[in-house]
Every structure is written in structure tokens, then in C-alpha cells.
Design a protein around this ligand. Structure first.
Ligand SMILES: Nc1ncnc2c1ncn2[C@@H]1O[C@H](COP(=O)(O)OP(=O)(O)OP(=O)(O)O)[C@@H](O)[C@H]1O
Length: 352
């Protein structure tokens, strides 16, 4: 069942459309990550869900309750949403337990105390109940912030860049902890980040935003395997687009020779044909010396566990995995062999 349902949402800032016919469904107990280029409208979407701005068009319902629609607007405090925004810091003058209890003022003191105790145990900060935020690390503060957001049992949790101020070394432990806490509380969540690694580690599904709408929603693996648009492909992994002609649904003629797809490439269930482009990912490529090769060596670098060769292909450059023994001279011609893989092919239309 959908916990959050957004249909055909529109919103403009000063006449400039930001959300354009945006639709998104989030199921019960699901964590969905909104990803997309800077300025594409991720925070605007969260604000519209929270009721912090009024969309000009579209419907939103949370836990099957309509909160936005034609002549309907439910204010934020009545939406039963927990928020953890970057700029919604903890109250500095309140202790950890007072911060967690903040949203529970309507409850009796026994319910409030019980819930605060439960949340402190969930975030494993029982011993820190009396401390003030400035006496906690960044990660501990975020755990208190999530406890505060979850304390009054919201139907939906909205998180805007919750890990961006956390040191890289502890960030992924914190992501694991907060994911466990959210799953434990069986609440749905929408999460905004700039980091694909965070999204992969934290979310059940990714929703990639492009041009004011959701270009694709699915698991990271599904989107990576079959990106619906060129934008989704380029956003999720490094690569280059090369012209290709579909000879069949598994054979594509390119300047690198014929590239074979391990599975038939389909377009809305129909087999593809005609001209288009392939999104070429470096992990499927092998370099070798060849005076007639299509590539030209630029540089190589060591990245911890492997080497990468930067190679010029026409006007584009690509970093291709190589071994420490593959040493080339600047400008040397290289052949590029493309191993069979699940090809990401995009047919050319009048629009691209
Ligand atoms: N209060 C505002 N007034 C006018 N324009 C705004 C306002 N807030 C945001 N915008 C514009 O709306 C667009 C979307 O902003 P939004 O903050 O939703 O993007 P975002 O995807 O969250 O970006 P980022 O990844 O950089 O945080 C941007 O072009 C931004 O400049």
C-alpha cells in the first residue's frame, strides 16, 4: 500500500517552473531517496510534502489522508510528518531527553517518559539523556534528531541531507544505525542527498529527478542495469555516450566494432532498431596497444586498489581500469575491446 502518493504536482518560484507534473508513490515502510542534479527541485519536493509551500497543482496524500489537492491544503503541523532537515538543528538549550520529548507535549507525562526512554534505548544514548547538544558528537546529534523526529510516531519521515555534516569515517556506520532505527519503527521515509554512495547504503529505492519530475523510480540495481533515460544513466555511473546502430536487439554497430548485449534490449517491450546511442561504462572495456586503435592515451593514475588509464575517444575522455603493467606513452594509439554486457541503448527520437 502507498504511504505517500503524489500525483501531477506543479510548483514555480517567481514564475519559473520547478516541479512539473511530478508523481511519486512510496510504499509502507519503504525508504526512498530523491537524487538529482543540484537545483532540480529535491528540497522543493520535500517542502511540498511537508506543507511548507503550497503547490499550484496536484494531489498529495499521506497514509491515505489527502493533504493537498484542488482547494485543499493541510498545514504542516497537521500532516503527522517527522522532519530531519539540515537547518532543523536540535534545540541548544534543551537536553537530549527534552529535545526528544519536544513533540510529545500533548501526551501524558507517563506516556512521554516511556516514549523518551524507548527512543533513547533505540538510539543507544541512554547514558547521554542529561547532556546538551554541544556536548555530543555530530553523529550523536543526528541520532537524537532522528529520535526527536520519530518520537511522536509520524506516518512519514522527511530527511534532507541528514548526513552531510558527518565525518566520512563514521558516516556509513551512522547510515546503518539510522536505517535500522527507521526500519525498527516501521515508518516510510523520503531522503534527499547529493551522494550516490549514501543513497545506495540508506534507501530501498531511488527516485531520480530530472526536469522537475521523477525520471525513474526503482532499486539502485534495477536503475543501474536499465536506466530509463540518458540522464539517469549518466547520473548513476561514469561513462560516455557513443553513436550506435541497432542491427538486432543484441547487436549494435559502433566505431568500436559490433557490441553485443547479453540480454535483448527492448523499448517499451518492443525490440529496438535503427539509430541511437549506447552508454559505454568503463568496467566493460579493455585496452591494448594498436596503431589503428580508436583511443589515444592521456594519463594513468593509481586509485588505491587499481589503476585507471585516461583515454581520449574523439572529443570525449574516459577512465578505463587497467593494470600496473599497462604503461603507455602520451598520445599512443590504443584499441578498445568492449566485452559483451547488458547494453544501455537509447534510440534517437526527434527530441534527442
Ligand atoms: N525561495 C526561493 N526563491 C526562489 N527560487 C528558489 C527558492 N528556493 C529554491 N529556488 C530555486 O528552485 C530550484 C530548486 O531548488 P531546490 O532547493 O528544490 O533544489 P535541490 O534539487 O534541492 O538543489 P540542491 O541539490 O542544490 O540542494 C533552484 O533553481 C533554486 O534556485
Amino acid at each position: 500500500m502507498s504511504n505517500l502518493s503524489i500525483n501531477n504536482l506543479e510548483y514555480s518560484y517567481n514564475g519559473k517552473p520547478i516541479l512539473k507534473d511530478l508523481s511519486l508513490q512510496v510504499k509502507d515502510n519503504e525508504i526512498v531517496c530523491l537524487l538529482g542534479a543540484s537545483g532540480c527541485g529535491k528540497t522543493t519536493t520535500l517542502k511540498a510534502i511537508a506543507g511548507l509551500l503550497k503547490p499550484s497543482k496536484g494531489d498529495i496524500s499521506i497514509a491515505q489522508v489527502a493533504v493537498n489537492g484542488d482547494s485543499l491544503y493541510v498545514p504542516p503541523q497537521e500532516r503527522n510528518i517527522g522532519m530531519m532537515f539540515q537547518d532543523y538543528a536540535l534545540f541548544p538549550h534543551l537536553t537530549v531527553e527534552q529535545n526528544i520529548a519536544f513533540g510529545l507535549h500533548k501526551e501524558s507525562s507517563s506516556v512521554r517518559n516511556e516514549r523518551v526512554k524507548e527512543m533513547l534505548s533505540l538510539i543507544k544514548l541512554e547514558a547521554f539523556a542529561e547532556r546538551y547538544p554541544h556536548q555530543l558528537s555530530g553523529g550523536q546529534q543526528q541520532r537524537v534528531a532522528i529520535a526527536r523526529a520519530l518520537a511522536y510516531k509520524p506516518s512519514l519521515l522527511l530527511l534532507d541531507e541528514p548526513f552531510s555534516n558527518i565525518d566520512h569515517q563514521v558516516r556509513f556506520q551512522l547510515i546503518d544505525d539510522i536505517r535500522r532505527i527507521i526500519k525498527d519503527q516501521q515508518v516510510s521515509a523520503i531522503f534527499v542527498t547529493h551522494s550516490k554512495e549514501e543513497a545506495f547504503a540508506f534507501a530501498d529505492k531511488l527516485a531520480i529527478m530530472e526536469e522537475g519530475k521523477i525520471a525513474q523510480l526503482g532499486t539502485a540495481e534495477a536503475l543501474y542495469r536499465k536506466p530509463a533515460t540518458k540522464g539517469v544513466a549518466a547520473f548513476l555511473s561514469a561513462g560516455i555516450f557513443i553513436d550506435a546502430e541497432a542491427k538486432s536487439s543484441t547487436e549494435f554497430k559502433t566505431e568500436f566494432g559490433t557490441i553485443t548485449s547479453l540480454e535483448p534490449v527492448t523499448n517499451d517491450q518492443d525490440e529496438v532498431s535503427g539509430k541511437g546511442c549506447i552508454y559505454l561504462k568503463p568496467q566493460y572495456l579493455t585496452l591494448s596497444e594498436n596503431e589503428q586503435g580508436v583511443g589515444e592515451f592521456v594519463a594513468s593514475r593509481f586509485v588505491g586498489n587499481r589503476y585507471l588509464c585516461r583515454v581520449k575517444l574523439g572529443q570525449q575522455e574516459l577512465e578505463i581500469p587497467c593494470t600496473q603493467h599497462q604503461r603507455y606513452a602520451y598520445g599512443q594509439r590504443l584499441a578498445i575491446d568492449v566485452r559483451p554486457h547488458l547494453v544501455n541503448y537509447f534510440a534517437y527520437t526527434n527530441n534527442n
